[in-house]
Design a binder for this molecule. Structure first.
Ligand SMILES: C[S@@+](CC[C@H](N)C(=O)[O-])C[C@H]1O[C@@H](n2cnc3c(N)ncnc32)[C@H](O)[C@@H]1O
Length: 361
């Protein structure tokens, strides 16, 4: 098994291919990416033996922007016999040392065509798990960080990649997608973007310390208030900046001030320490990047989550330009910081970026 299967939103396979080729090369690993447009996954075949495994261990999934899930896989298994799909899969696993496996996951890429197989995947997991136990596998605890997950990716009926993922470097969610429930009282569906961003970027154990009722946030491009809703729900006071209309339910909380101003000109009210800046304005990505850099460099906020709307072409290159630009600016000004960027499930033609300032020279 010397390939990586990398899941993404359908239509972003080229971005994944560019990203994995570049990031693998940084680790001294070379290979080539095989992709079919709109398939929702990319196969990256490594040239040297053992290198897909090295990448699955060492290349952190949370540093890959366009990748939702990462597995080590072998060649595609085709035409699995309907009366015994399990034996060919088990035969593949028998070639590996599976001492430290903990679970079995069966899923599909995120396309309408593949998702039709999900019911089958769910049902198929049970006999596969039983067969694996019979072989003496799955002895590790699911919570064990060093364990591996046996992972089968069905791309069509009777057609799958057999592989595995490292527990501590893979998405815990089926298909790499967190299932979030839309809160009925939220003013817009965009609310799920910020909710997923918080889930993705902040460790759960730190959430209450990093987002609480002692804190103040600014939301640029706030209307009708889906992002503000997430912040108010966590107790923050929010300056909601937008010429549009904010949902009445948010005014009623007494935890917002609606500032009908231009987000590019707005500055934090005097003597107010702003903890968080969030921004969902639809604008050119570099313009947003420069605005975020201005807020961080001026010390107007310590932590930010913002969206970068992607151009039609060269999306990976544009994202990199923006991230390099803000990183260079913060470094030049003597800041230590952490940047994370992800194409979230609830993002369409955009990615979400999180930056936290850790200190200054
Ligand atoms: C995608 S919507 C934001 C949705 C919001 N995050 C939510 O969850 O409900 C973008 C918003 O940005 C606002 N906007 C665009 N340019 C702006 C600017 N220069 N200043 C302030 N708001 C702006 C628009 O009026 C629009 O309401």
């Amino acid at each position: 098994m010397n390939k990586l299967a990398l899941y993404c939103r359908a239509g972003f396979e080229k971005e994944v291919a560019a990203e994995i080729s570049e990031r693998a090369a940084e680790q001294g690993v070379f290979g080539f990416a095989n992709l079919r447009e709109n398939s929702g996954y990319v196969i990256f075949e490594c040239y040297q033996a053992g290198e897909a495994d090295k990448l699955a261990r060492e290349l952190r999934l949370d540093t890959l922007i366009f990748v939702r899930q990462m597995l080590v896989v072998g060649d595609l298994l085709q035409n699995l016999p309907e009366n015994d799909r399990i034996s060919p899969i088990m035969a593949k696993y028998q070639q590996l040392s599976l001492q430290n496996s903990c679970d079995v996951v069966v899923d599909t890429p995120d396309t309408n065509e593949a998702k039709e197989l999900l019911t089958f995947c769910r049902k198929f997991t049970v006999p596969l798990r039983n067969a694996s136990r019979k072989m003496g596998w799955l002895k590790e605890k699911i919570s064990s960080k060093n364990s591996i997950i046996l992972h089968i990716l069905f791309v069509r009926a009777g057609c799958c990649y057999v592989g595995y993922a490292y527990n501590e470097n893979s998405s815990p969610f089926l298909m790499g997608i967190p299932r979030l429930k839309f809160p009925v009282d939220a003013p817009s569906r965009s609310t799920l973007k910020l909710e997923e961003a918080i889930l993705t970027f902040l460790p759960k154990a730190e959430e209450a310390k990093r987002l609480n009722d002692q804190m103040v946030a600014v939301d640029l491009g706030a209307c009708p208030g889906g992002w503000t809703y997430q912040l108010v729900k966590r107790g923050l006071f929010v300056y909601a900046v937008d010429h549009g209309k904010m949902a009445a339910s948010l005014h009623e909380t007494g935890r917002i001030e609606h500032c009908e101003e231009d987000g590019f000109k707005f500055q934090p009210p005097k003597r107010k320490q702003i903890d968080w800046l969030v921004c969902d304005m639809v604008e050119q990505p570099m313009r947003i990047t420069k605005l975020m850099a201005k807020w961080l460099v001026n010390g107007w906020c310590r932590e930010t989550i913002f969206n970068l709307k992607l151009p039609m072409k060269k999306r990976y290159q544009e994202v990199k330009l923006c991230l390099v630009s803000i990183g260079d600016e913060l470094t030049k000004q003597g800041f230590w910081f952490k940047v994370q960027a992800k194409h979230l499930y609830h993002d369409r033609e955009e990615i979400t970026v999180h930056i936290v300032i850790l200190g200054q020279k």
